[in-house]
Design a protein around this ligand. Sequence first.
Ligand SMILES: NC(=O)c1ccc[n+]([C@@H]2O[C@H](COP(=O)([O-])OP(=O)(O)OC[C@H]3O[C@@H](n4cnc5c(N)ncnc54)[C@H](OP(=O)(O)O)[C@@H]3O)[C@@H](O)[C@H]2O)c1
Length: 290
Amino acid sequence: MKILLTGGRGQVGWELARTLSTLGEVTALDSREMNLADPDAIRRVIGEIRPHVIVHPAANTAVDKAESEPDLARAVNATALGILAEEAEKLGALLVHYSTDYIFDGSGETPWLEDDATGPLNVYGATKLEGENAIRERCRRHLIFRTSWVYGLRGANFLLTMRRLMRERPELKIVADQIGAPTWCRSLAEATAQVLAQVGSPARGADKPEPWGVYHMTNGGETSWHGFAQAILEFDKPETSARLLPIPSSDYPTPAKRPLNSRLDNEKLERVFGIRLPDWRDALKLCMHP
Ligand SMILES: NC(=O)c1ccc[n+]([C@@H]2O[C@H](COP(=O)([O-])OP(=O)(O)OC[C@H]3O[C@@H](n4cnc5c(N)ncnc54)[C@H](OP(=O)(O)O)[C@@H]3O)[C@@H](O)[C@H]2O)c1
């Protein structure tokens, strides 16, 4: 199986390059090798590699910057998806994509289901939703994994920022009214590999319905950013000590508005594929103490 992997230097992409290597021949690309803002480059590279599966964690993930640079966010998160989807469809390839809790408006207090009404609050969320729609319209064999609050030991993320700030400052104010599930990039990569192994396996059987569509995929449980920071502090001791003060989102204005309710219901992933990602605290502990 030939697998084309985008975003090979990103948090999720870096992990995927390793987990997918047991399933086939992985060609991992970064933005220098295939710039997603360049439609011709996408068509050319896919035409050269002719993959059986395209796994696509690359995205413009600069949520606040997207408010002032919407054209670039749209080119990478939406327009590029239309082209990837068309090329995948032409080849009969499977397209695996990652999307976000930010496609929802954050209302209510119950976890979002895959078919719930969307309503992004910011440019990043709107462009990611456009990307999802482009895939649904143009590529039959697709899997869209919506996830949230991704972290790992590489790249830019809340865990690494907190670890640094907790060493530099005696006191930190952390938002406590946004609720979601911190998700370790390795958990996502492992679950993706398990899904792909099943989709490609003859044991899955022709009697089962086709699994194409959207799935929520996060670590289990829920917390706030403040709760996430408290767990980081707990697992990082004795190196780290800081006082963590809970604050409302209104006390931490950002260019992009964030949803308050980022909970995603993972039941469909478990029902269809029998896969449940570990609880967020267990995953965080494993990540911080490998
Ligand atoms: N991070 C989160 O909290 C979060 C939450 C929910 C959903 N997601 C989704 O999960 C997926 C993976 O996120 P992540 O955190 O692993 O992302 P990340 O660490 O920010 O990595 C993004 C990758 O996208 C690539 N990229 C950006 N612009 C590009 C362009 N113009 N052409 C080609 N590649 C480009 C980057 O490549 P270079 O390194 O070569 O520049 C980078 O490797 C994304 O779809 C994201 O929307 C993330």
